[in-house]
Ligand binder design. Structure first.
Ligand code: ADP
Ligand code: ZN
Length: 296
């Protein structure tokens, strides 16, 4: 059995499992102070493995960030410049290693979700995939040649700049760092700030969705040109608006404008831009995939 954590700004989802068919136990622990949350996480894994008489082989963590993922850095394992100030510079790997004595692999929440989708979801059998979440924040995880891609730090796909499609709209977005970045314009909180209502309450024909489609399609066109993924998986709360999928697909084809003569896009886009195969569980199962890729 393997341990997994999907560490988010509001909750830590913890799981003991082998794969989606073999889940032993799961729990949700609210994100409060690092000490309180991590103590509850440690106790969960220790108590469950003791009472069920199982040995955990390793722990995978998919976390909010930004994170220091450079294994040669002295700050490896740290959550760095998060707006959740109590969590700034918390070394989540060290804290958990010292108390659980397990091999640990840490990655971004979206890289973990992407790996989960590669193992057991919509990306099965592929080599290069992109997972994007559009929720409280926007982030993307890329798997390149079946490995989560990191680079210098890790991609921050939510902070690319987008064109404002409607010239009369002076909304610059809600990102404290940038105006007109993808997350600032198109996340759940951005929709709420722009339209004065929770995104979940905007009716399907609301003009918000036309604009949202344009933002998402612009970003996807950029990722397609930069990364050339074999599939794009769109998760997160905002993508519960499933009517956006066909609109986004049409708009992506329109924006690429015939430049990429690829049947996967031109003929089979319904299988190219898709919801997660693991539903809302890509992240937590992705943490199990991370744990497995560390020791198997
Ligand atoms: P998080 O990003 O915090 O992990 P979610 O992916 O669930 O969590 O994203 C939460 C955001 O998604 C909120 O801003 C919320 O308004 C928005 N959201 C949740 N459900 C829906 C929905 N059905 N339609 C549109 N937006 C939604
Ligand atoms: Zn930004």
């Amino acid at each position: 059995m393997y341990a997994g954590i999907e560490a988010g700004g509001t909750k830590f989802n913890c799981i003991i499992a082998e794969d989606p068919q073999n889940i032993l136990v799961e729990t949700r622990i609210p994100t409060t102070t690092p000490h309180e949350t991590l103590t509850r996480v440690v106790n969960f894994f220790l108590e469950e493995s003791l009472s069920r008489k199982i040995t955990l082989k390793s722990l995978g963590i998919g976390s909010f960030g930004p994170l220091d993922l450079n294994k040669r850095s002295t700050h490896y394992g740290c959550i760095t410049s998060t707006p959740k100030t109590a969590w700034q510079n918390v070394n989540i790997v060290k804290e958990l290693e010292d108390r659980l004595h397990l091999p640990i692999d840490l990655d971004t929440d979206v890289n973990a979700a992407a790996l989960g989708e590669l193992y057991w979801g919509a990306g099965q059998g592929l080599q290069n995939i992109l997972y994007l979440t559009i929720g409280t924040g926007i982030g993307g995880g890329a798997i390149i040649a079946r490995k989560p891609y990191h680079g210098l730090l890790h991609p921050e796909m939510g902070h690319i700049f987008l064109a404002q499609p409607f010239s009369e709209d002076d909304f610059k977005g809600v990102c404290p760092y940038h105006s007109h970045c993808f997350e600032g314009l198109a996340s759940g909180p951005a929709l709420k700030a722009r339209w004065g209502r929770d995104a979940a309450l905007l009716e399907p024909h609301h003009p918000a969705w036309d604009q949202e489609t344009f933002y998402i399609a612009q970003a996807l066109s950029t990722y397609i040109n930069v990364l050339s993924p074999e599939i794009i998986i769109l998760g997160g709360g905002v993508m519960q608006q499933t009517h956006l999928f066909p609109l986004i697909r049409i708009k992506v084809i329109e924006l690429l404008n015939g430049y990429l003569q690829i049947p996967a896009i031109l003929e089979n886009i319904d299988q190219y831009i898709v919801p997660p195969g693991l539903g809302t569980r890509s992240g937590v199962l992705g943490a199990i995939a991370l744990a497995r890729s560390l020791v198997d």
